[in-house]
Design a protein around this ligand. Structure first.
Ligand SMILES: [Zn+2]
Length: 491
């Protein structure tokens, strides 16, 4: 709502020339105006204060706090009478396990002629859902930068993966492919080793995959990569693990246009955070109000705006809230591999992050919103145009927009070819990933403004005859464009 304006007669006489210098703010359509009016700052203050309350203990994946958050989200969709799009009502259930790092019972010896190399348990990270062993197995070396060999070349053998430094996403994808090709074990080197419990998918695919051993030892890496006729002998003990049923929370508003309702726009946010930090002094709860109870609430509020106004989009809109973003984009990656609606019919995705705070480390972001990879697709323009209607400046952050593209839940969708971004109210803020990220520090009026922009942009994307396209002129989109052509079957 605008404040009432009082003007004097003199001011009125001056007004035309003053106004003439100002750009005219475009007006919303009647349906857009309804959506704009329906978005409520108080409603979102309610969501965020609950999700980020201490009782939810930072919503770690998995945890009881995360479970309670999932129930809350489902209850909000239920209150709106929305159509569930999960595997059990609003819940898309994903089978995972928390696997403890291997400590005892692990052995790995590599031999080349008379040379023998023993690998210590504290230098490895093992990924295995069951015990495994092998003796004096031939080692096949594979360079992940090149083509993978045929299955018959590695079946039953040990594989040693060559990769320089930290594995790229593409290299990790290839490693998983190799694990599925029947080797006895897959050995790789890593510059970074985590000895904390690991969250792993626990479905049939994972159970059938070969065990993987990542070694942190650059000396050994040099020695082995030069060695010929390598043999491997190993023993991997039965993993100690706790099963975890994780939940994406998903609902849909079906489109009304016969030809377009079979196409989907996803709006999403991650409802997990990083839990309790045992090393923090005093307040140890990582509340994750801005990251990302705020984005979660934006998704809920846009759903409320559509349902309560009865404004009906032509395309369908999917409202999805992810688990496990902080552990490595687990929930969104799971959905992209097991979509509620086919990805080839999913035409756009906007993921909301850090929507509440305006005290960015670089200065106030009040009245401003950014998108990661903002000029990679037409979605950036949709947001910018909607921003003009609402009075929000949608801008490109010259330093952060592109590098942050791969840092949130839009990435698995972009990898699959779907035009997908993260929308942000700020990038890095003072309490980022600290216990001080509390609900009281959020600017709810500003968050409501950004939510109005997103609601209007979503409405327009849902109704325009052509869905948003990748920007072919931007060289950074080439890999996504290629994936998109495969996904949608266009040239
Ligand atoms: Zn986040």
């Amino acid at each position: 709502m605008k404040k009432p304006v009082f003007v004097t007669v003199a001011a009125l006489m001056l007004a035309p020339c003053l106004f003439a210098q100002k750009a005219v703010q475009p007006k919303p359509s009647p349906d857009e105006a309804k959506l704009i009016r329906a978005v409520s700052a108080d409603s979102m203050r309610g969501d965020v204060s609950f999700l980020a309350s201490d009782l939810l203990e930072g919503r770690d994946t998995p945890s009881r706090g995360l479970e309670i958050a999932a129930e809350y989200l489902a209850s909000q969709f239920r209150a709106l009478g929305m159509k569930p799009a999960g595997t059990e009502g609003y819940f898309q259930i994903a089978e995972y396990a928390v696997v403890e790092p291997v400590t005892s019972g692990f052995t790995l010896t590599m031999e080349s002629g008379a040379e023998k190399y023993d690998v210590k348990a504290e230098k490895v990270m093992v990924t295995a859902m069951k015990a495994a062993e092998g003796a004096a197995l031939e080692v096949v070396q594979i360079d992940l930068a090149g083509e993978l060999p045929a299955r018959t070349a590695i079946e039953g053998k040990a594989v040693l993966l060559k990769s320089a430094g930290r594995m790229s996403r593409e290299a990790m994808r290839k490693r998983e492919q190799v694990r599925g090709m029947g080797p006895a074990v897959v050995i790789s080197f890593t510059p970074f080793l985590s000895r904390r419990p690991q969250l792993r998918q626990a479905g049939a695919v994972e159970a059938a995959a070969a065990p993987s051993v990542a070694i942190q030892d650059s000396e050994l890496q040099k020695q082995l990569e030069g060695a010929s006729s390598l043999k491997a002998t190993f023993k991997i003990p039965s993993p100690v693990m706790e099963p975890a049923k994780l939940k994406n929370v998903v609902a849909v508003i079906e489109g009304t246009d016969a030809a377009m309702k079979g196409q989907y726009i996803i709006l999403s946010g991650h409802y997990d955070h990083t839990g309790v930090n045992p090393r923090a002094e005093g307040d140890r709860i990582m509340n994750g109000a801005n990251d990302d109870a705020s984005g979660t609430s934006v998704v809920l509020e846009i759903a409320r705006a559509f349902v309560k106004t009865g404004v009906k989009p032509n395309r369908s809109i999917v409202f999805a809230l992810w688990f496990g973003e902080e552990k490595g984009l687990f929930g969104s990656t799971y959905y992209a591999a097991n979509p509620a609606f086919p990805l080839k019919d999913t035409v756009a995705m906007v993921n909301f992050e850090h929507m509440g705070r305006t005290d960015d480390n670089e200065g106030s972001t009040k009245g401003r919103m950014s998108l990661t990879g903002i000029d990679y697709t037409e979605i950036g323009q949709f947001m910018a145009d909607a921003g003009k209607v609402v009075g929000v400046d949608v801008y490109k952050h010259e330093k952060n927009s592109d590098p942050y593209f791969s840092r949130s839940d839009n990435q698995p969708f972009a990898d699959a070819g779907v035009p997908a971004h993260a929308a942000l109210g700020c990038f890095i803020f003072p309490d980022y990933h600290r216990p001080g990220d509390e609900w009281q520090k959020i600017d709810y009026d500003n968050m409501a403004q950004l939510t109005r922009v997103a609601a209007v942009a979503t409405w327009r994307m849902a109704n325009r005859a052509k869905p948003p396209a990748w920007n072919t002129a931007n060289p950074r989109t080439s890999q996504y464009l290629k994936a998109s052509q495969e996904l949608y079957g266009t040239k």
